[in-house]
Design a protein around this ligand. Structure first.
Ligand SMILES: [Zn+2]
Ligand SMILES: [Zn+2]
Length: 304
């Protein structure tokens, strides 16, 4: 099997694009695709300070690596969630990556805010770890970006993540979520930094192959708290469809962005809940006190 663009042997076949590529041409294919996504969806430019939320997994490390390679102005933040050995190992990968690439990565430990890790917080509050974790990560990313002068937060969401979310939102017609799902989430408030997903058109498999060929060492096991997540089941089904009909995932997602999304956006615009400053921390929320401050207060109360 020969590469489509040169005489070298192909190392990967991309059925969605009907392409067989050698390692060099695959690497440039991915990097070009990310650059095109950034331009087409006007995610950010080279003057902006970009903060990347880094977990130690392949997608966030690839995001940092590719944006840095494309000469964007990037720094990362690793949020230590205190999930035992899993957090220790992922932090190790992140520090290693930072040292190898020279990309600056801030370390933020949630124990400084709560005196404990996510698993304990969730147990005390009788909530699912993933929902508490999502709230806390989003809040810290935004506050850190805002306070340190970053104009955009980039996350490592890949095509499979996006398609699984879209699929789930369509199955239950979650109009509000559908209206907000996009490659770029613009700034809605002075203290709410815009968010971008530069890897939104790169599949999970392409991302894994890219990390492998670039020698990026990432944490392969998933978070122990995410075990049995519905999104995994949806990804599995979508891959079966993709197997039968290559490029379905890409088409489903892109046609939603191009044509479907706006209908939900129009419908929800009038009813969109107004953001106001949280009475405790001053960051925008739809409630009186934001979810982060509510969790923090609750934890302090229980600890006495
Ligand atoms: Zn080639
Ligand atoms: Zn607050």
């Amino acid at each position: 099997m020969k590469c489509k663009f040169c005489d070298n042997n192909a190392v990967i076949e991309l059925r969605a694009y009907n392409l067989k590529l050698c390692d060099e041409h695959f690497i440039s294919f991915i990097e070009n695709r990310v650059e095109k996504t950034i331009r087409k969806y006007k995610l950010f430019n080279r003057e902006e300070k970009i903060l990347i939320g880094i977990s130690g997994g392949k997608d966030s490390l690839n995001t940092a690596y590719i944006l840095n390679k494309l000469q964007y102005n990037v720094e990362g933040i690793y949020i230590d969630l205190g999930i035992g050995e899993y957090s220790e190992r992922s932090k190790g990968k992140v520090l290693n990556f930072s040292e190898k690439t020279g990309i600056k990565i801030h370390i933020y430990n949630i124990k400084e805010d709560f005196g404990m890790g996510i698993t304990e917080i969730a147990r005390i509050l009788h909530r699912k770890p993933c929902s508490v974790c999502g709230v806390i990560k989003r809040y810290i990313l935004n506050r850190f970006a805002y306070e340190h002068g970053f104009s955009v937060i980039a996350t490592g969401h890949n095509l499979d993540d996006e398609v699984a979310t879209l699929f789930s939102n369509v199955l239950s017609w979650q109009e509000g979520y559908l209206a907000r799902q996009n490659i770029l989430l613009p700034q809605r408030d002075e203290k709410l930094v815009k968010k971008a997903k530069p890897l939104a058109l790169i599949s999970e498999r392409e991302s894994a192959a890219y990390a492998l060929l670039r020698g990026i060492d990432y944490i392969k096991e998933e978070c122990p708290n995410a075990h049995g997540a519905t999104s995994k089941f949806y990804k599995h089904i979508l891959n079966q469809i993709e197997e039968r009909a290559p490029s379905t995932k890409l088409r489903f997602y892109l046609e939603f962005i191009r044509r479907g999304r706006r209908f939900f956006e129009q419908d929800t615009k009038e009813g969109e809940t107004q953001l106001k400053p949280c009475e405790v921390c001053g960051f925008p929320t739809t409630r009186k006190v934001c979810q982060y401050c509510t969790i923090k207060k609750e934890i302090q109360k229980r600890r006495g």
